[in-house]
Design a protein around this ligand. Sequence first.
Ligand SMILES: [Zn+2]
Length: 235
Amino acid sequence: MFDNFEVTIIRSARRKTVAIKVDLSGVSVRVPENLPQDRIRELIAEKSDWVQRKRQVAEQKRQAIAAQEQHGEHLDNGSRILVQGRQMPLELREDPQMGVAEESGRLIIRGPNAVRAEPEQRRALVEQWLFARAVQELHFCVDVYKQKVGVHPSIIQIKDYRARWGSCKADGSIQLNWRLIHAPIHIMDYVVIHELCHLHEMNHSLRFWSEVERVDPQYRSNRQWLKDNGWRLTL
Ligand SMILES: [Zn+2]
């Protein structure tokens, strides 16, 4: 209905403002129940530069996800593994002993049949290595920041979450997603600080955010980075 793209209009009796959203599923706009169609058209026209830019970003993302899905199946010689924000080249090496290790910036998979082994087996080995590294790095990170935040988490659990980076519970435990091992260090820091601050404030109030800001003055850009790039943080 608009120049060259479809817009889904979602009307709601409770809504008082207009919100335009552009993501992988397209352009949608949430509007108050009785807002006339012409007015909606005008509002979108006013924002058309922004909408076009967002549509381009969404398209790039769609292509990157498709490429990632194609690539992701094979972990071959020369494949790149994202570790703490850096692309680490993978090398498969014949060796009587099976194992994964970092060697001068490369990730080496060793094994008697490593090169010929099933891709799923290589994936499992790399995941195991990444998980162990995540446990180590996340614990270290919590140790550094719990002092700065001034809290004592009861338990730190490293979890396999699909759709969240961390959480915390009233029992004083915090949970962190092992996939944070793919993220640049300052992003891992932000997530850890965020969850630790919840041990002071179990909400997203102004008080909570000012506490986050005290420990991580860059938290706004880190948070935005995670929203924009979180989908990349996968094997
Ligand atoms: Zn939170």
